[in-house]
Design a protein around this ligand. Sequence first.
Ligand code: MF3
Ligand code: CO
Ligand code: CO
Length: 263
Amino acid sequence: MAISIKSSKEITKMREAGRLAAEVLEMIKKHVVPNVNTDTLDRLCHHYITKKQNAISACLGYRGYPKSVCISINDVVCHGIPSQNDILKDGDIVNIDVTVLKNNYHGDTSAMFFVGQPTVQGEKLCRITQNSLYLAIQLIKPGIRLRTIGIEIQKFIEKQNYSVVREYCGHGIGKGFHEEPQILHYDADDGGIVLKKGMTFTIEPMINAGKCGVYTLKDGWTVKTQDSSLSAQYEHTVVITNNGCEVLTLRKNEIIPQILTHE
Ligand code: MF3
Ligand code: CO
Ligand code: CO
């Protein structure tokens, strides 16, 4: 029921789990090229997590999920199941979502990758989606309403004539993969929750180039846009600090700082 506040010892472990999750994305980037199939990418991530990082994929076996990462191409919104039949082609936009479990703590992150040369629309959707995550990260600190996150992301996204997917949200994270609270990416009742130092959660907006409607395939996982428009998502795990937040899953090529402070 209550939102857990992590101790500094726990945050140290969250920092490691977050770093490992980020390093999986850094590792896989150069493999995301035309003609590779998404099962091959899954195998590379799985090997890296289990053999190099001595960690566990939290996705594998989660509610029966059959693979180690989620790989979602073009109009797939999330939870794409890696498959030898899904072969990347020039111009695709691809989300890879990695959740590692290390020393009993989770790190959860995802990013978009361009296969070969991106289209103008694909590049723009990804850039705006990442910027919506960054603007949320840049405003969070103790004392603000949880609701502010969704309000600001939605305002920014709808100004671009894109839409925010409603069915999936960010989440508290720690020993649990999905803890309270839910982090909505649009304006909705937040039950009066105010952010506090030591809260750890993900922000992971799913943004459609067209309308916000989505549906799930018969495989029980793959989520697609109803109107076949492109969809993008970026996800970070963050911890609220004294005066801002720390991004636990930051990659080296990102432009925001790891630690964001306010006054
Ligand atoms: N990583 C996803 C999230 O951001 C959850 C994937 S669950 C899986 O919350 F089972 F599909 F892997
Ligand atoms: Co998540
Ligand atoms: Co994730």
